[in-house]
Design a protein around this ligand. Structure first.
Ligand SMILES: Nc1ncnc2c1ncn2[C@@H]1O[C@H](COP(=O)(O)OP(=O)(O)O)[C@@H](O)[C@H]1O
Ligand SMILES: [Mg+2]
Length: 295
């Protein structure tokens, strides 16, 4: 029988991090927990990520926190959040970040709550942010719907200098590019992810050619994934204004060879053009078109 009330995770955290008032837990992911909090002194909203003890003891954990060594000015960008504080609580590492306001792309896609205007604005900002990172020689490494919050790209645990190899394949299953199957990431890996998210937002599912890391252990799977042809078709029933342009966007943004892919700047230009045509034709809400893909 428990005689003394054990402090809950939140009050325990508040005892340790006295500068912050913890509002609520917002997520539990692969590496730990994320809380919404407020800086007591100023009322500034922040996100606190506490890495669980197990992952922080793993060899290579310091690598996860590597983004903390990037020059701080890089994070002074409207599409990124700044890290305000970092340390250890009960032996577990934590980081305090600026709070990103707005709905998460994952929820918007799930609930089909997307307008062309929102997609244009969000992908414009995302690709501008990727271009900014690329200009500083950095790859985000895990661009996914859960990591796009409002107009900001969060979660820098996979961030590295571009290009790089890693023995550990980190990323979000479902969005991984072919080169990631062998642990390689470069700036166009982020572009590939952005295109996969856009495809999902528009058509309600991922392209057939997406690479599946969960199958990487099957015999011959890596070779198959690496040599897969890029044949990203858009659903034949999707009511799009300029199908040729959309087709070109997905084919060139998701080329199997990362060095043949569009960069973030060109992709941003093409996407804005394509969406402007949709808006000019009077469509506002995106209705995902499922259905078969033409061979
Ligand atoms: N700075 C932030 N502002 C607002 N929400 C955030 C912030 N950082 C993370 N989140 C939310 O918490 C979730 C988990 O955080 P994340 O850093 O992505 O951890 P994980 O390692 O679990 O993917 C994100 O998907 C996002 O919804
Ligand atoms: Mg994440």
């Amino acid at each position: 029988m428990r005689t003394v009330e054990e402090p809950t995770g939140i009050s325990r955290l508040e005892t340790e991090l006295v500068k912050y008032h913890i509002v609520r837990r917002i997520g539990r992911g692969g590496f730990g927990e994320v809380y919404r909090a407020k800086k007591r002194e100023t009322g500034q909203p922040v996100a606190i990520k506490v890495y669980d003890g197990k992952s922080s003891q793993e060899a290579g954990f310091e690598e996860f926190m590597q983004y903390l060594v990037f020059p701080r000015e890089i994070f002074n960008h409207p599409g990124l959040v700044r890290t305000l504080d970092a340390g250890h609580v009960d032996g577990a590492p934590y980081t305090v970040m600026e709070w990103a306001d707005g709905p998460c792309m994952e929820d918007l896609i799930k609930n089909h709550r997307l307008t062309w205007a929102h997609v244009k604005h969000t992908f414009s900002q995302l690709l501008r942010t990727l271009d900014h990172l690329n200009a500083h020689g950095i790859v985000h490494g895990d661009v996914s719907p859960a990591n796009i919050v409002g107009q900001k790209l969060v979660d820098y645990d996979a961030m590295r200098f571009d290009p790089h190899y890693s023995m550990k394949v980190i990323g979000s299953p479902g969005y991984m590019a072919p080169e990631e199957m062998v642990g390689f990431k470069t700036h166009t890996t982020d572009v590939y992810h952005a295109c996969a998210i856009l495809y999902d937002a528009l058509f309600g599912r991922l392209p057939d050619t997406i690479h599946d890391p969960t199958r990487a252990n099957e015999p011959g799977a890596i070779l198959r994934q690496l040599t897969k042809r890029t044949n990203i078709s858009i659903p034949p029933n999707a009511p799009l204004q300029d199908r040729v342009l959309w087709q070109a966007i997905f084919e060139n943004g998701m080329k199997a060879d990362p060095f043949e892919r569009l960069d973030a700047k060109s992709l941003r230009y093409a996407i804005r053009l394509a969406i402007d045509k949709e808006i000019a034709a009077g469509s506002h809400i995106i209705v995902p078109q499922y259905g078969s893909i033409a061979a």
